[in-house]
Design a protein. Sequence first.
Length: 165
Amino acid sequence: MTTHVTTDQIQQLFSRHRLRCTRQRRALYEALISTRSHPTADQLFQKVAHSEQDISLATVYNTLEAFCRAGLAQKLLGRGGSTRYDAATHNHLHLRDAQSDTVTDVPDSIGERILKNIPQHILTDLEKELGFRITQLQIELVGQFADTKDAANLAVNRTMEASSS
């Protein structure tokens, strides 16, 4: 996920995914790709409302749904029915702190090792037995950070890594 994208790059991306590129959609997408904290719609609304004063919360929800349908984002369901959004749509793992409901990405170097070690024959057996074609793997590791500051620090560090790429 990159945070340094131009307006032209976003327009091209939206065009490839058959989405109209409006000022509000562009601002919302820029806000989503600029973080790895997996924000809620409310959090994204707060982030863009200062620059897009005429944006409504309903527009944010509708736009996030459009991003998900187009494959530009994915939903992560949280406790209590809350939904978080992730612009990284490739197969990767998440850590969810059960106490705070904080979600962050597992570092790719570790996540890729876990994903590569899932035996393909097990996935094939699952597909055959259930008549289900697997198109994506989403793995969420749920637990608790030893210190609540660890969760916040990991999210901040992952966001800083994303902005430097």
